[in-house]
Design a protein around this ligand. Structure first.
Ligand SMILES: Nc1ncnc2c1ncn2[C@@H]1O[C@H](COP(=O)(O)OP(=O)(O)OP(=O)(O)O)[C@@H](O)[C@H]1O
Ligand SMILES: [Mg+2]
Length: 496
């Protein structure tokens, strides 16, 4: 059994009502390697991982660890077999503290059999010190940022001393610096013989760490190869079953008058003297490191957060009070980065999620035009390649990336004059990214103004007419097309 794979799945199948999520999957992971799993949104990646972690039971098929068949009925059993998992969706309990979360379900007990809080405190503090994290163990999760919570989840999964660690899109919400920390940890784990299964839609990232790559499409394994035998274009065409040549379909368009202007916007401690403008037909970008203040500025102009001083003008008219309601009435909408918190309406259907904020388009003489509603929603969902059994399916049962697409579809239908998108392609597969870029281009052609906040430099460089760079709450520079390079952005992003 020495040469048996660390983990092997044979002929695994899994169906959900209306969907065959996995069919006849064979997948094996060698000791001390990073095995990357790629595939479009809804291809079955998370489902396969949840089977390994005991959250779902396969309808058919077997799991082997080191050559021995195992049955895994729940995550606790998975952990006993040496498997731990970092989940794609951050499902945290907002009211618990960092130390409670770190030891949830594995609390050490003292000699009286009670939870040993002193030990928990001690071990949490040790971990914080070792990882140079500035948190107080008593801080509640709800007071942390999404990236902090994700980083703690990563550290927690690593601290289990596992043989196999599953990482389902671990970098979708952490900063670039934290990505480097994670990659360093992955190298250490590999050296210790730990196997890692890694899911991501970020191609550059995949090729930095992968030893082997398996591509899933529509629930089946397309191919498995050593990473050295593949390149980005090949993986993309294996994933989507076609070639995507022009990744950034940006058009050169005549730029109109300024339709959105922000002057000297300041919110003490958060951002200072932020001024920028967007013209009709223009796509502008906001670059910067996480925490530079880009999201905070966007939230303030949209009316989600207050600001102390500053002016906002929409189509030349000064905006007197900012509120989400007023913004929407003025033709300004924003797609938030944390879609779990602000984006989807859980339990409701895909159709309702897309149409509810746009109902006025479907109501005539006080009656809902159900056919028109259905047709419009279906068209936009098809366009964005939302993978769902029906439009009446509850949005919660969609894969992570497909939930994101639903939120995007809803705002695209709104037909805004000014659209702010915060990390619009996070967690979205390459095929759908391309559709989102095309939609943005079309909006620009219709003389809309678009503000894109993104941490993916290639997409900013590929899609924008101008890029503002922020660092530490200030705009440190504005780049025109001829100065577009990753180096120029990074120089400005690390200034201040
Ligand atoms: N609990 C569930 N109930 C019903 N259908 C589900 C459930 N979980 C997943 N599915 C369906 O199974 C299919 C595979 O979903 P899965 O979450 O595994 O995709 P994925 O490859 O992880 O996609 P993404 O990149 O978007 O995260 C999808 O069609 C999804 O709608
Ligand atoms: Mg997934």
């Amino acid at each position: 059994m020495e040469n048996a794979p660390r983990l092997e799945l044979r002929n695994v199948e899994k169906s959900f009502p209306g969907v065959k999520a996995l069919s006849n999957v064979n997948f094996s992971v060698k000791k001390g390697t990073v095995h990357v799993l790629c595939g479009e949104n809804g291809a079955g990646k998370s489902t396969l991982m949840k089977i390994i972690n005991g959250i779902y039971q396969p309808d058919k098929g077997q799991i082997f660890m080191g050559g021995n068949e195992v049955k895994i009925h729940n995550p606790i059993e998975a952990r006993k077999h040496g498997i731990s998992m970092i989940f794609q969706e951050l499902n945290y309990i907002p009211e618990i503290t960092i130390e409670q979360s770190m030891f949830l379900g594995r609390e050490p007990v003292n000699k009286f059999g009670a939870v040993d809080w002193k030990e928990i405190r001690k071990r949490t503090l040790e971990l914080m010190k070792q990882e140079k994290l500035p948190y107080n163990p008593e801080t509640k999760l709800k007071d942390l940022t999404v990236s902090d919570i994700q980083m703690l989840e990563i550290l927690k999964a690593i601290s289990y001393d596992s043989d196999v660690i599953i990482m389902d899109e671990p970098t979708s919400a952490i900063t670039n610096r934290e990505v480097e920390v994670l990659f360093g940890k992955i190298a250490e784990l590999k050296a210790k013989g730990v196997s890692i299964i890694y899911i991501s839609h970020k191609m550059e990232e995949i090729f930095r760490i992968a030893d082997e790559i398996t591509v899933l499409r529509d629930g089946s394994v397309v191919e498995t190869h050593p990473a050295s035998a593949l390149d980005i274009d090949t993986v993309i065409s294996l994933m989507v079953g076609r070639k995507i040549t022009n990744v950034y379909p940006k058009e050169e368009l005549p730029i109109g008058e300024k339709i959105f202007e922000v002057e000297d916007l300041t919110h003490e401690q958060v951002f200072r003297n932020v001024s920028f403008n967007v013209r009709a037909g223009e796509i502008i970008g906001f670059a910067g490191l996480m925490g530079a203040g880009r999201t905070e500025v966007a939230r303030a102009v949209f009316g989600l957060d207050p600001f102390t001083t500053g002016k906002i003008r929409i189509k030349g008219k000064a905006v007197k009070t900012t509120s989400v309601q007023a913004s929407i009435e003025n033709g300004l909408v924003m797609l938030s980065e944390d879609r779990k918190r602000y984006g989807i309406i859980p339990v409701r259907s895909v159709k309702e999620n897309v149409s509810l904020p746009n109902l006025n388009q479907f109501i005539k003489n006080g009656r809902l035009k159900a056919k028109k509603e259905f047709g419009t929603v279906k068209a936009i969902c098809d366009r964005m390649r939302v993978k769902t059994p029906t439009l009446d399916t509850s949005v919660d049962s969609l894969s992570g990336g497909n939930q994101q697409k639903v939120v995007l579809a809803k705002w695209m239908l709104r037909d805004p004059d000014i659209l702010i998108v915060d990390e619009p392609t996070r967690g979205i597969d390459v095929g759908a990214k391309y559709e989102i870029y095309k939609l943005m281009s079309e909006l620009a052609r219709d003389k809309k103004a678009i503000i894109m906040i993104s941490s993916e430099l290639p997409e900013l460089l590929g899609m924008c007419d101008r890029i503002y760079v922020m660092a530490k709450g200030k705009i440190t520079g504005e780049l025109l097309k001829e100065d577009f390079t990753q180096e120029n952005i990074m120089k400005l992003a690390t200034r201040g």
